[in-house]
Design a protein around this ligand. Structure first.
Ligand code: ZN
Length: 636
């Protein structure tokens, strides 16, 4: 655990030294300089150092950055017998992306499942797609499960109706079928699956969930929230080797989009093991941090909860003191609430959600009674957070509603008082709604908001399912990254993939513009023009800093990665356009041409594909690249 074994600070020399100064030092070094393995020159090197300096060239040796400066200065590192010189042709080189909140194993697995592609479908249209999936995998008859993802239940209900198991029973198959909604709150199964799960008219609703019934009291095949476990638990789980395959797919997709470090924001041992297995085989192509999920039922014995997590951490965590990527378990995850979107409305809010007591034609929204739910009491959360920090873990709390955000901040305030000398770096993920009175507490308590900018666009999930339900005052401050920025918070970025399609630069563009781009593939389903609300825009430099240096700092990787500075690991990406200079509407279309992790090329394309062939490319099929664009929207 690096909390107890601090990573070496190798950057003292470079930090605070100006690039001009470095160039002079190099020139004085002359022939005594050891040659680099790779020199990247003639570029727009956007360093994300303390001053956001821009340089021309970088030298890499033994997986580390050994020079950042001018084209002239980098000459001293070139030895024709050893050094590969790459002409960037003026392109933008920046630090590799650090995703502060993502679900890579789930995302990798989802690319192999039958996808309804987020489309607004009628029941008949859904069945046409499902039959195509069945026909394409007929070798799975008669008993193989068909797992289906990316079903927009809300859209189907509004354009057609809510489906039932008898609809799925019309398909030409005997296989059990399970369909997952995009918010992951609903499952739809066919009668075969219902039978395997052993669910009958007599099966009681489990805590926190409901089994839908028809007029005759029979299960309709719809399972909501906690009831989903009844069917999930009978779906065969992937083997360890299959999980390693899912991890390999995820890494490949991440590398293609420039991600060089990631935080798996909801881990169990299976997730860690899958990536650790690849690490043992030399196939880990991004630095993996893992937050172990703590269940509310573990509130009774915080010490036991942390002992459970520590056993996993001790089994898999590697030091990370060398440039090659490793797996580390240094975080714990708490779900404090659910989601804002109707009909779930499980996010904890200070004032109740509004309900429409009028008609659709003449709506009349008034305060209702639902306030969502907080899954940990303040006392339980305080105790777990303190115990986690004492055990060396940084807490990562899912909090979406303003009541949940406040409770999470309260817990961190307690921890700062109880453990004043601890250097813990706490995070609150999502923060879709916060009381303005709490904005400043992120800065004063040293809490990192981990934001997903793509949610700050107008879309069905931010308009139909939220806008009137929150009312104008709260809607005006939804997705408050600009307000948090102005209140001094250090904002980190987390994609939450596969909740949304994997599209990092599209997502960053929404942070900068607070609007979507209907022409971009990431704008799945209906999307609307115009800004979400008037919360301040993020400057481009802050958007890039949030997904590099700030996320690295939140994850305590800032001494190793997050910026292009001497001594750091060579996690570098080359873009096809200059994110700092292109017109607004071009930002979303930025492509990554080269990704380097610890000095090794893990993805290369276009002009770099030939000169720097990728060391390894997973067998990526077209299918999963397409599917990766269309993955589920839930909120983990
Ligand atoms: Zn998540």
């Amino acid at each position: 655990m690096s909390l107890r074994r601090p990573t070496p600070r190798r950057l003292a020399l470079a930090l605070g030294t100006t690039l001009a100064g470095l160039a002079v030092l190099v020139a004085c070094g002359g022939d005594g300089i050891e040659p680099a393995d790779v020199v990247l020159q003639n570029g727009y090197v956007y360093t994300v150092d303390a001053k956001d300096s821009v340089a021309q060239a970088v030298a890499v040796r033994d997986g580390r950055i050994v020079y950042v400066g001018t084209n002239e200065g980098v000459h001293a590192y070139v030895n024709p017998n050893r050094t590969q010189v790459v002409d960037l042709g003026g392109r933008m080189l920046m630090p590799g992306l650090v995703d502060g909140h993502v679900h890579p194993l789930e995302g990798g697995a989802a690319t192999l499942k039958c996808s309804l592609d987020f489309l607004p479908l009628t029941v008949v249209q859904m069945n046409q797609k499902l039959q195509a999936c069945l026909d394409a995998s007929s070798d799975q008859e008669p008993d193989g499960w068909l797992e289906v993802v990316n079903w927009d239940r809300q859209a189907m209900s509004s354009i057609d109706r809510d489906p039932v198991r008898q609809d799925l029973d019309l398909l030409t198959t005997t296989r059990p079928i399970i369909v997952m909604s995009i918010d992951h709150h609903t499952r739809l199964v066919n009668s075969r699956a219902l039978g395997i799960a052993g669910v009958t008219a007599e099966t009681p609703n489990p805590p926190g969930g409901s089994i839908a019934h028809d007029a005759h009291g029979q299960p309709t095949g719809i399972f909501e929230d906690g009831a989903a476990d009844l069917v999930d638990q009978v779906v065969p789980q992937p083997s360890d080797e299959e999980r390693a395959g899912h991890a390999r797919i995820a890494l490949d997709l991440l590398n293609r989009q420039g991600v060089t470090s990631f935080m798996d924001a909801m881990s169990d041992e299976n997730e860690v093991k899958a990536f650790a297995t690849l690490g043992d085989r030399g196939e880990l192509t991004a630095r993996g941090q893992f937050a172990m999920l703590i269940d509310p039922s573990e509130s009774a014995d915080p010490a036991a909860a942390m002992a459970r997590v520590k056993a996993v951490a001790d089994r898999y965590t590697k030091p990370g003191d060398q440039p090659a990527p490793v797996v580390q378990v240094r975080h714990v995850k708490f779900f404090l609430d659910g989601v804002l979107q109707a009909p779930a409305q499980t996010a904890g809010v200070l004032a109740p959600y509004n309900v429409n007591i009028g008609t659709d034609a003449h709506p009349n929204w008034v305060a209702g009674s639902k306030r969502g739910e907080l899954y940990f009491s303040q006392a339980a959360l305080d105790a777990l957070v303190v115990e986690a920090i004492k055990a060396g873990f940084d807490p990562h709390i899912h909090a979406i509603g303003d009541a949940a955000v406040r409770r999470a901040l309260n817990a961190y305030e307690v921890a700062r008082k109880v453990l004043p000398d601890s250097k813990f770096r706490p995070a609150i993920a999502h923060v879709e709604l916060a009381d303005p009175a709490d904005f400043g507490r992120f800065q004063s308590l040293g809490v990192f908001p981990v934001m997903s900018y793509q949610w700050a666009q107008q879309a069905p999930y931010s308009i139909e399912a939220v806008k009137d339900q929150l009312g104008p005052q709260r809607y005006a401050i939804m997705e408050p990254e600009g307000s948090l920025m102005n209140a001094g918070a250090t904002i980190a970025y987390g994609s939450d993939w596969p909740v949304d399609p994997m599209a990092y630069f599209y997502n960053l563009s929404v942070g900068v513009l607070r609007r979507g781009n209907p022409n971009h593939y990431a704008s799945f389903g209906p999307s609307y023009a115009g800004r979400l609300n008037d919360d301040p825009l993020l400057p481009r430099d802050l958007a890039l800093r949030s997904i590099t240096m700030n996320s690295a700092t939140q994850l305590k990787l800032d001494s190793q990665v997050g910026s292009i500075e001497n001594g750091k690991y060579a996690d570098l990406i080359v873009l096809d356009r200059n994110f700092m200079q292109v017109p607004d509407d071009d930002l979303a279309f930025t492509q990554v041409l080269l990704t380097m992790v610890g000095g090794k090329v893990v993805w290369s394309d276009g002009p770099f594909a030939a000169s720097l062939p990728a060391a390894k490319r997973a067998g990526v099929g077209r299918m999963h690249l397409l599917n990766a664009r269309n993955s589920a929207r839930h909120t983990d």
